[in-house]
Design a protein around this ligand. Sequence first.
Ligand code: ATP
Ligand code: MG
Length: 453
Amino acid sequence: MEIRLLRTESFRLTAIFAVLFVGATLILSGVLYAIVDSAFKSEIILNARQDLAAVKKGYDAEGIGEATEVVNQRLARPTTSDFLLLQNAAGQRVAGNLPAVTPVIGTVRLPVPTARKDDHGAEHRILGRGQFIAPGVYAFAGQNLAVLKATEHKALRAIGWTLAAALIFAVAGGIALSRGFLRRMDTMTQTCQAIMAGRLSDRIPEPGTQDELARLASTINAMLDRISTLMENVRQISTDIAHDLRTPLTRLRHRLELVSAEATTVEEYGVAVDRVIADTDGILSIFSALLRIGQIEAGAARASFRQVDLDKVVKSLADIYGPVAEDRKHVLAIPVIEPAKVLGDRELLSQMLVNLIENAIAHTPDRTRITIDLRMTEAGASMRIADNGPGIPAGEREKVFRRFYRLEQGRSTPGSGLGLSLVAAITQIHGATIELTDNAPGLCATIAFPKCR
Ligand SMILES: Nc1ncnc2c1ncn2[C@@H]1O[C@H](COP(=O)(O)OP(=O)(O)OP(=O)(O)O)[C@@H](O)[C@H]1O
Ligand SMILES: [Mg+2]
């Protein structure tokens, strides 16, 4: 047998319970033994008292002859004491089935006259009572304890066997439990080792039960899923950065080549340097946006979440962006605004709203109507930012949340395709959902926040 089976927690617990069970059974048996033993002995003493009373009655009535008669009668009856003795004042036996003894009064134990040692080596004794029924006339009545002792031995043997069987079952049960436990632990360990060795998509098999190990397995699997999503994100970001920063960097390099080939005057150099600085700023802003998305996705901001009055945020942003929209002859309106509290970060929520408003301003033709609705529903706050511009085709509505993803039609407008990625990261960290739908015409973004408790 494997020694590690015995070291498992399940085996240890089974062993503890087995010891407790044996202890409790021993105590119970001890108490029962004492009760039965004393009940038996009381019964013997009671019989003896009755027999002695009968003998004394006979003696009082008609003297020693009658007493002898009573002793003989009583001995013939199976229900009373099985040993009786009547002795005269000279200490000689007059009647009974015991040899004469030195009189002792009260509860007495006498050896059985033909005693042989029993199977267990114990010598049988007679338990009974001795009494002077008249001056000098001594009588004794009692019963052999052999029957009681034999019964007690049988009971003890039965208890012993029961305990032995219980112990065997406990050990076998403990081993079976531990084996099941170890098998499941081994599967978990093997899966973890496989994952460490590079098989990142491996998962611990979930048995479908609800015990601790099943819960642990499902928690570890959920954790692995989360880690692999994060890793996939990181991989995606690196690829995106490699792809999408090539364009501005190539443009920058091209510009520098042109300058080095063509610029001759200080003014021409000055103009070129200003452009290069602007291009570099653009690249830097892409980096900071990417870093920001990464930070938000990491979820550290959750620690500083407070109750935010979303309606106030909407109002103040509408005040700021109203004039910006007007410059493009757009209209920015808030048809419905209900007081709504959400648990979150005020600055991030403002950033989210700014990105959506800026998109509605930037990616739509002049004279577009932009509306923001904020409602408080049973499920929580619900915010809609809608415009009647060209909208986003259904097939692209998921893709625009990817980093650097821009529609063909939007390529002419400035931007890096990170605005909606940031929106997605912010909604996710707030436990909210965002859905893009057709505003017929235009785009409608609906953000549903969870109820703020
Ligand atoms: N309200 C809208 N109407 C039509 N198209 C939109 C709208 N909002 C976003 N889009 C499309 O989705 C694309 C992705 O938007 P996103 O905000 O992520 O990037 P961006 O606005 O192009 O650049 P950035 O926000 O980083 O400056 C946009 O390029 C645009 O094509
Ligand atoms: Mg944008």
